[in-house]
Design a protein around this ligand. Structure first.
Ligand SMILES: Cc1cc2nc3c(=O)[nH]c(=O)nc-3n(C[C@H](O)[C@H](O)[C@H](O)COP(=O)(O)OP(=O)(O)OC[C@H]3O[C@@H](n4cnc5c(N)ncnc54)[C@H](O)[C@@H]3O)c2cc1C
Length: 281
């Protein structure tokens, strides 16, 4: 296991706000995850940090699962990978092996662990629809293989957050398709995303969950809050449910902006917006 001290948050999250975390553990095996649990310290696990607003004072340790903790296994149309595997690498493996199903994730900086935890979804599909099982370490330090139907996948949620599991692996069930067709679907998905979202800027994806039957982005846009700024952070002009850090934005600035939008939306639209972003104070 690798342990790094005083790690800049800019290097471990896509929002890249200022600040440092005291320790970053890279978990290479189940026994590393068990050591983390036994440490008795406060910790959180991160993938690419693409749905996380991190300050890190509430935790002693931030841990990441190494992409190398498990070699990819292809068995027919099933694919098992480490939780630390990036979404890009997952799609490359699918494309090379002629396996289709998860192209909707293309273009987003993710890891398999983060996607499974958040039940990543878009364009009418969710990662939970393609998961066969998830290998986790529970809070007693036991390694268990959890079947998809026991994961309680729902809108941007799963059992993982509630039970504080550490995801080590995930197995996907996919379907056969022509590698060239899969590649063109991936390219198309990235293109669509580039048109709709600030993909090349520092963001953490959706700030808020969509309220039932409504779009958070639409509500924020209709209130004229696009472009609203706090220090070095502003609401994206491209998509009102995205927050962009120009360069030197801080956790505190992001929180101020989140609370301001919640207050405005509550006051003017009588809707209580719930953060989708995972906030680690
Ligand atoms: C430009 C952009 C576009 C996006 N578009 C979408 C979209 O269309 N749909 C969507 O759903 N999301 C979207 N997101 C948000 C984000 O990419 C997803 O939520 C993604 O699944 C997060 O992956 P991650 O590895 O970065 O997770 P992180 O942000 O690192 O972590 C997210 C949560 O998962 C937990 N976690 C991560 N790894 C593990 C693990 N191994 N074990 C236990 N818990 C773990 C963390 O503790 C945290 O609670 C977007 C983000 C960006 C920046």
């Amino acid at each position: 296991m690798q342990i790094q001290k005083k790690v800049p948050i800019e290097t471990i999250t896509t929002f890249q706000n200022k600040g440092t975390i005291s320790e970053l553990w890279t978990l290479e095996s189940v026994s590393d995850a068990q050591e983390l649990i036994k440490s008795g310290k406060a910790w959180t696990v991160l993938g690419k940090g693409s749905n996380t607003l991190l300050r890190g004072r509430s935790v002693d340790i931030v841990a990441q699962v190494s992409p190398k903790s498990e070699m990819p296994i292809v068995s027919g149309t099933k694919l098992t990978v480490s939780a630390g595997t990036s979404g890009n690498r997952l799609l490359k493996l699918c494309q090379e092996n002629g396996l289709t199903g998860v192209e909707f994730c293309a273009g987003v900086p993710t890891t398999v662990g983060g996607m499974v935890t958040m039940n990543f979804g878009c364009w009418g599909d969710e990662i939970g629809n393609h998961v066969e099982s998830v290998g986790i370490v529970n809070s007693d330090g036991e390694y268990l293989e959890i079947a998809s139907e026991d994961m309680a996948f729902s809108y941007r949620e799963s059992r993982i957050q509630k039970e504080k599991w550490i995801v080590m692996t995930a197995t996907f069930f996919l379907e056969e398709d022509d590698p060239a067709t899969i590649q063109s679907r991936i390219t198309q998905m990235i293109q669509t995303r580039l048109e709709k979202q600030p993909l090349r800027e520092n963001s953490f994806g959706s700030i808020f969950k969509n309220p039932r039957g409504k779009y958070a982005g639409q509500i924020i846009e209709q209130l004229g809050l696009k472009g609203l700024r706090q220090g070095d952070i502003h609401i994206s002009q491209k998509h009102a449910n995205f927050m962009v850090n120009d360069k030197n934005g801080t956790y505190e600035e992001a929180i101020t902006l989140i609370q301001h939008i919640q207050d405005e939306v509550q006051k003017k639209s009588q809707v209580q917006l719930e953060p989708e972003v995972q906030i680690v104070p």
